[in-house]
Design a protein around this ligand. Structure first.
Ligand code: PLP
Length: 443
């Protein structure tokens, strides 16, 4: 189909995510992509764009990694889908065992069998992985002697997904306020990335825990890197102290590693940077390498045990595509590629270049503030302005003219490319970001 025809149908019928549709229909000339390969998206006009955010952070091994494509087509040749209701299959069983073996604390002698994340519940994406964790925590307390524990503590600026449960534990007013009456009550505490930092956030968190030890079902956080709010970064020490605070009152820590999990920060999981074992850990995005939607929630043996016994103690929850064999087969291959291609080592080698490049840009281009980086994420802000500020879009346009797909978060310009991005492409990406920022700064 011709480019113009695709855009015509799109503008008549497709309702785009996170998009003001009137402006989009009137003004946006969308990228029409026809093919993807490695770190590039190819459009209908024969141009290619370096994908600076791995297509919303999922394409961590580049687009259509040949081994992932082969794993998918092999699996498609024998079993595409079966429910996990009284049925099981190799990909789901083997992946669960592999995730349990890689999970934070799996190989540590000081972590008890109860604390180990040895159980895997599958779902469809990051939002549902979070939803599962919320329900597990709430139901665990309801049927294990602490029925008053129904509230969660969450950080300002948190993003945990799109379902109403995940929105309830979110901390971005842009996405919450309109649904206010539909959301359940949570306790918001400051983020360690905000003014007052780590100390203020921790103090308020401890106060909230101590004020209501019988009411708090758990603390949920994006460890080390709060992505969607604008790449807010904080020290792993914060995660460690939150773990200690939750242990002190024996409540749960839920690590939402939908973005950070599987190498984004340079560690396998961001909680590994802190040596922390959470009670629940949510995964999606990188887990299926950008091929298809897939989510998993890892739960401690303790939480799992709290659902055993009479039938009415079970977790009555499940999605049609839970543990889908295609997704599970691809996820297994993702883990194998990480091992065979030393993806974490690649991130550790490239991360200092990302950090240095963002620091250099902020030091030499007027109006840029707060350069920051962790693993394969580099970010800076274009002065003040908040989520709806417009300057980020000028950078987007300047980058697009240079063959980069660089979607900002408000006035935060960032990169989160494939973790295995070749060095030469990383050079192209970093210099393209710099040139685009210089152009916009020059006015
Ligand atoms: C993207 C994201 C989610 C939601 O994942 P979806 O797959 O988009 O539903 C949840 N938590 C975090 C930290 C995320 O970055």
């Amino acid at each position: 189909m011709e480019r113009a025809a695709i855009v015509g149908l799109d503008k008549r019928h497709v309702w785009h995510p996170y998009t003001a549709m009137a402006q989009y229909i009137a003004d946006t000339d969308p990228l029409v992509v026809v093919r993807s390969e490695g770190v590039y998206l190819h459009d209908a006009d024969g141009r290619r764009y370096l994908d600076a955010n791995g297509s919303w952070w999922v394409s961590t091994l580049g687009h259509r990694h040949p081994r992932l494509v082969r794993a998918l087509t092999d699996q498609l040749g024998c079993l595409a889908h079966a429910s996990l209701a009284g049925v099981t299959h190799g990909p789901a069983a083997q992946l669960a065992a592999e995730l349990a073996a890689l999970a934070p604390g799996a190989d540590r002698a000081d972590v008890t069998a109860e604390q180990k994340l040895s159980r895997v519940f599958y779902s469809d994406n990051g939002s549902t992985a979070v939803e599962v964790a919320i329900k597990m925590a709430a139901q665990y307390w309801a049927q294990n002697g602490r029925p008053g524990r129904t509230r969660f503590i969450t950080l300002s600026g948190a993003f945990h997904g799109e379902t109403l449960g995940a929105t309830s534990v979110g901390g971005m007013s842009e996405f919450r306020d309109v649904f206010g009456p539909l959301l359940f009550d949570v306790v918001h505490v400051p983020s360690p990335s905000e003014e007052g930092g780590h100390a203020r956030a921790l103090e308020q968190l401890r106060t909230a825990l101590n004020a209501d030890p019988d009411g708090i079902a758990g603390v949920i956080l994006e460890p080390v890197l709060q992505g969607a709010v604008g790449m807010w970064m904080s020290s792993p020490d914060f995660v460690r102290e939150v773990r200690e605070a939750t242990r002190a009152v024996d409540t749960f820590l839920i690590a939402d590693e939908v973005f950070t999990g599987l190498g984004r920060t340079g560690a396998r999981f961001a909680v590994d940077l802190a040596g922390v074992v959470p009670d629940l850990l949510c995964l999606a995005k990188a887990l299926s390498g950008g091929l298809l939607p897939f989510g998993a929630t890892l739960a401690s043996e303790r939480i799992f045990s709290g659902f055993l016994g009479a039938k009415d103690r079970a977790l009555y929850y499940g999605h049609s595509y839970c543990g889908n064999p295609l997704g599970a087969a691809v996820a297994r291959e993702v883990l194998a590629v990480y091992r065979d291609e030393d993806v974490l080592g690649q991130v550790q080698r490239k991360a200092p270049r990302v950090k240095a490049a963002f620091e250099h840009m902020a030091a030499t281009i007027p109006g840029l503030v707060r350069p920051r980086a962790v693993g394969m994420v580099g970010a800076l802000d274009l002065g003040g302005g908040g989520y709806f500020a417009n300057s980020g879009w000028r950078v987007y346009e300047a980058a697009r003219r240079r063959g980069l797909y660089l979607r900002p978060l408000g006035d935060t310009v960032y990169i989160a490319p494939a973790l295995n991005i070749p060095d030469a492409d990383l050079d192209v990406l970093l210099s393209g970001v710099e040139d685009s920022l210089r152009e916009v700064a020059a006015g």
